[in-house]
Design a protein around this ligand. Structure first.
Ligand SMILES: Nc1nc2c(c(=O)[nH]1)N[C@H]1C(S)=C(S)[C@@H](COP(=O)(O)OP(=O)(O)OC[C@H]3O[C@@H](n4cnc5c(N)ncnc54)[C@H](O)[C@@H]3O)O[C@H]1N2
Ligand code: MOO
Length: 407
């Protein structure tokens, strides 16, 4: 008999995730700039102004016209001061210079700036080195952005630098995709809250913190629902409630073949199943469905399965719901130890990244197997992707890696 009861390849599951997400793309909303961090942009941005918006000095010093330099040192007459913040409209005459600070508008007629450390002032005469380059220390209007440039694109994630670019263009709000509201369920009679006393056969609920942390790392604000017992009626009521109120329901546990695994049946009866079970390890019993208004992602209960399914298909789902079109960076690294995989599923192996002496990225697979071994995940910062089928990888081979924390 087959080791796994599914024929669905990981890439086919990913294609279904993408298609379901795009069919349920969340609406956009206009937000004040300060609230746009981490959001997915839902508009194109064309620059309404140039950046810099005027010629200005890159340093504190003296602005002058380069044609006035002759010989080893030149002496120019100090004709005024132009500080940042208030354009005085100064015009430089021949043989003149102006004291200037960083960011101050360049007086008309000036084309170069010498830093104050290289100039000396005596009375109203400034001596400066004759070899100062033409255009030195001047930031030209439009050299970074020209009016009309297409600087930000719909589907990009708003990093601090992108929000800051919008601010520098004077934009006070942006159209962004609404973030999915997310309900998180952990399930199982065996679970107790850390701090309480487990009865024989019980364990502490660790997946809730894992999931809440993973979701928050994506900028989501998940709601942790009270833990669900292995009672079909209670599972049904809670999930159907959440289906009316949230964009996304994430459960963990109760999705494989056990007598107490009720979630697939609830979905089959009251919603729609998009797929159930994927040829991946860990994470094989993963379930994707729709229940009322919500998408439901049923993650397997084993902690490392939660991590692997979230980082691979869970993130793809929330990216798609928000219309993120910018792909996440694909990372590759060299193995520091061989990997010998004999099973047919795509595998995600816990691992640690490190910088090699030659500048290449190295990745050390963790020897622990078993999707219950959370400690190996805590000792890791990435997953190695080992594609379907038997794979014999040698030390030094290049593999794809999924860092836990970058996007
Ligand atoms: N006959 C079969 N048995 C199993 C199959 C299968 O296909 N046929 N799949 C196995 C695989 S692979 C996985 S993964 C697990 C997934 O099972 P479930 O998603 O139904 O999860 P549970 O059975 O409820 O729990 C699995 C495991 O994880 C522990 N767990 C659950 N929730 C938490 C939590 N919040 N914090 C910490 N640990 C949790 C739970 O106690 C179990 O040990 O099924 C295999 N079996
Ligand atoms: O596929 Mo399960 O997630 O390995 O233990």
């Amino acid at each position: 008999m087959s080791e796994f009861p599914t024929g669905l390849l990981f890439d086919d599951a990913l294609a279904i995730v993408t298609q379901v997400a795009s069919a349920h793309r969340l609406a956009s909303e206009s937000l004040a700039l300060g609230r746009c961090h981490g959001r997915v942009l839902a508009q194109d941005v064309h620059a309404p102004i140039a950046l810099p918006s005027f010629d200005n000095s890159a340093m504190d010093g003296f602005a002058f016209r380069h044609a006035d330099l002759q010989g080893e040192r030149a002496t120019l007459r100090l004709a005024g001061e132009q500080f940042a913040g208030n354009a005085l409209g100064l015009v430089l005459g021949i043989g003149e210079c102006v004291r200037i600070t960083t960011g101050a508008p360049l007086p008309a007629g000036a084309d170069s700036v010498v830093i104050k450390e290289n100039a000396s002032l005596s009375g109203d005469l400034v001596s400066l080195p004759g070899d100062t380059a033409a255009g030195a220390n001047v930031r030209r209007a439009g050299e970074d952005v020209r009016v009309g440039d297409h600087v930000l694109r719909s589907g990009q994630r708003l990093t601090p630098a992108r929000v800051s670019l919008a601010a520098s263009l004077g934009l006070s709000s942006l159209q962004v995709s609404r973030r999915p509201t997310v309900a998180v369920f952990t399930t199982g009679d065996e679970l107790v809250e850390p701090g309480m006393t487990p009865q024989p056969g019980q364990i502490f609920d660790s997946n809730r913190e894992l999931l809440m942390g993973l979701l928050r790392a994506e900028g989501l604000e998940p709601t942790a629902w009270p833990r669900l017992p292995d009672d079909p009626r209670q599972v049904e009521i809670a999930l159907r409630d959440a289906g009316c109120a949230f964009d996304l329901i994430i459960t963990c546990g109760g999705v494989s073949a056990g007598e107490k695994d009720h979630i697939p049946a609830v979905l089959a009866q009251f919603g729609q199943t998009h797929f159930w079970k994927v040829r991946m390890k860990p994470g094989m019993p993963l379930l994707l469905g729709s229940l009322d208004q919500a998408r439901l992602l049923g993650l397997p209960g084993n902690p490392v399965s939660v991590l692997a399914t979230w980082l691979t298909l869970g993130r793809a789902l929330v990216d798609g719901l928000q219309g993120r079109s910018e792909p996440r960076t694909v990372w590759r690294a060299r193995l520091t130890a061989p990997i010998d995989k004999t099973h047919p599923r795509r595998e995600f192996i816990r691992a640690r990244l490190q910088a090699g002496d030659d500048g290449s990225l190295l990745v050390e697979p963790n020897a622990a197997t078993g999707s219950h071994r959370l400690r190996a995940a805590a000792d890791s910062d990435a997953l190695i992707v080992v594609v379907e089928g038997p794979q014999r990888l040698a030390q030094g081979d290049v593999v794809q890696v999924l860092p836990f924390a970058v996007g």
